[in-house]
Ligand binder design. Sequence first.
Ligand code: ATP
Length: 447
Amino acid sequence: MAENNQSDLVSKIVSLCKRRGIVFQNSEIYGGIQGFYDYGPVGSLMKINWKNAWWTDNVVRRRDVVGIDGAIITHPRVWEASGHVQNFTDTLVECKSCHKRFRVDQIEDQKKCAECGGQLTEPKKYNLMFKTEIGVIEGEKTTAYLKAEACQTIYLDFKNVVDSSRVKIPFGIAQIGKAFRNEITPKNFLYRLREFEQWDIQFFTHPSEMEKWFEYWKENRMNWYKSMLNDPSKLRFKEHAKDELAFYAKKAFDIEYDAPWGWSEMEGIHWRSDYDLTQHSKFSGQDLSYIDPITHERYLPWIVETSGGVDRNFFFMLLDAYREEETPSGETRTYLKINPRIAAYKIAIFPLAANKPELITKAEGIFDKLSQKYSVDWDDSSNIGKKYRRQDEIGTPWCLVVDFQTLEDNTVTIRDRDTMSQIRINVDEVDSWLEKQLNSKYENIKS
Ligand code: ATP
């Protein structure tokens, strides 16, 4: 798509997401609430596939990574140990007239409101964590926090994982989990949310192998995103400057996406050394060190962290996939060129005429067979053009039509989303044909 179309790309995707049941504004009937979104019937399937692709490639297909699924609320001391209670702040100013709040690092004029020209307050620190209370009796309630980052439960469960599984260093613990941040200015659709999910790997290594594993994960994660998206030129690394690094980090990189509003962080690759386990050892009083089963060396492992935003990167995936093209008949065709692993449906089945019971019965038979193995959509509405348009817009890679010829020779047509080309094959071959397509044409993750 031409550069000058980039600016309306976001609004086109927001509208497509609503129209096709991918993402809805949360609480829309009440006017919406900033920074919160819901996934609709199509989007929830796509998001499950998005997370499954990450989980499959990083946990299921690896012998050195195991997964956990931690709670949203943890002991309040966790956030003291992690430094969030003290330091997880943004500095904001508020307009004295319209009361709009701005992050100081995101405005040019620190004295005047960009919205109404009113005077701004002095900057003040603002903690981004959501607070809640545990317990029912007034006066005995304890303040707790919703997870500000998903990874903390990995550190908390480190000892339990080592004691209960057969993991040996080097190994990783992966988790996909919710995170909550009271962002001052949620914006750009799914990019900056107040409730979102993160996919994290904390990879535990001997300090002497930290450099090697850091470089390994940096490349591995970039290659993964390249394999999931169409356009690798939209991806790059950004190294953190020395003065941006945490005191324990030797280096850190972001994987960035070239979004319509500029290069933006997708995922961080962080050098965490033994900081987190040291902090939790100190605050909990528990020894979190690891004993090497062969050398018997006791040490606190060092950690390479990879932490990405599931929703934010889902949005980047949509930006990468969105296509508009003129058809030979002069219409504009919109389609999502998404990896079939992520598509809500792998194939859609259309009986050509809804009022012909023999066609419906034949198509139902194909649906019943294929839906044992794949996610399959069904559409028996009357207008074939509209049916294709809907499937194109949600990124269904193939559409299968059962027509009158099917009743004569047991063949169906299959149309390709990206090329619109059609083939005619025997019904009995559809399953193996589809499997072959999914395995060869698009199955490109083998890191
Ligand atoms: P940013 O600089 O964009 O605020 P961050 O550096 O604070 O992000 P991390 O704490 O490293 O982010 O979180 C890891 C990942 O979680 C980020 O790379 C991003 O993809 C995602 N993420 C962070 N904040 C948000 C948010 N408010 N909404 C959606 N995704 C987010």
